[in-house]
Ligand binder design. Structure first.
Ligand code: OAD
Length: 249
């Protein structure tokens, strides 16, 4: 461990031992070590696919089969993956702290698989489908799907993935609650997010304005790094267990 990282961990751990209220905001980077591709960066999904052809309401109206084939492919990748040590540390911290909120932009369901319970999913969940007529939301874990595009078992209408696409609003209650938690917590972690997609990217800045300390864990600097109180450059699946170990010593 580098000397200043050791110092950083020591200072953070003494803060974490004092506080009662923690919020965590995660992005695709926390699932990278589980083998799920991120969106940006060299091998990111948006390098291989055009978002506007696959992740917009217009794309779905134009060609639901194509959009569903892409989600079926992603469900196939995600379905076989397991949570990594980063997910497990966060699930443990939920039991350790009286107030703990996990906010995620991820749709992969790996936080729940690791045991986290109180999760605010800002962009939905790839294992849920929604009826395009009645808006009913259902769980569907088929990978591969039995039919593409899938139809509502209740009314026969087209189903869509229960995820937020570009140009769509985030679920109001979920985003309000995420901002409320970020603005009232004592420490906010931002883990594995490029912090360029709104409104999630604003959460740490709201937290800072309200006096919270912000801790960032990322492989590389982001637009948040210079404002964060603590910045750890490295893999979430290594840094989180390191902080957790020091916290329990
Ligand atoms: P991005 O793909 O934009 O960013 C992933 C971040 O994780 C990058 O900053 C990487 O440096 C970092 N990273 C990669 N591996 C890591 C590791 N092992 N440990 C720590 N950090 C790591 O993903 P998001 O910020 O989550 O939205 O993207 C936000 C939204 O953009 C997604 O939810 C999705 C996408 O378009 C929708 O689909 C609506």
């Amino acid at each position: 461990m580098k000397v200043n990282q050791k110092e950083n961990v020591r200072a953070l751990v003494s803060l974490l031992k004092e506080v009662h209220s923690i919020a965590v905001s995660t992005g695709a980077g926390i699932s990278a070590e589980s083998g799920i591709p991120t969106f940006r960066g060299k091998d990111g999904l948006w390098k291989q696919f055009r978002a506007e052809e696959l992740a917009t309401p217009n794309a779905f109206m134009r060609d639901p089969k194509l959009v569903w084939e892409w989600y079926d492919w992603r469900r196939g990748i995600i379905g076989g993956k397991s949570p990594n040590p980063g997910h497990f540390v966060l699930a443990e911290w939920e039991k350790l702290y009286p107030e703990f909120t996990l906010i995620t932009q991820n749709i992969d369901g790996l936080h729940a698989k690791a045991g986290s319970r109180n999760i605010l999913e800002l962009h939905g969940n790839i294992w849920k489908v929604r009826c395009t007529q009645k808006e009913t939301v259902m769980e569907n874990f088929d990978a591969p799907l039995k039919e593409i595009p899938p139809l509502c078992p209740k009314c026969g209408a087209l189903l869509r993935p229960h995820v937020v696409w570009f140009g769509e609003s985030l679920p109001t209650e979920v985003i309000h609650e995420a901002f409320r938690r970020a603005e009232t917590c004592e420490v906010l972690f931002v883990i594995g997010s490029s912090t360029v997609v709104q409104p999630a990217a604003s959460l740490p800045f709201h937290a800072l304005e309200e006096g919270a300390k912000v801790v960032e864990i990322n492989l590389e600097p982001t637009p948040l790094t210079s404002s964060a109180n603590f910045s750890f450059l490295g893999k979430a699946g290594e840094i989180l267990p390191m902080i957790d170990k020091a916290l329990k010593e």
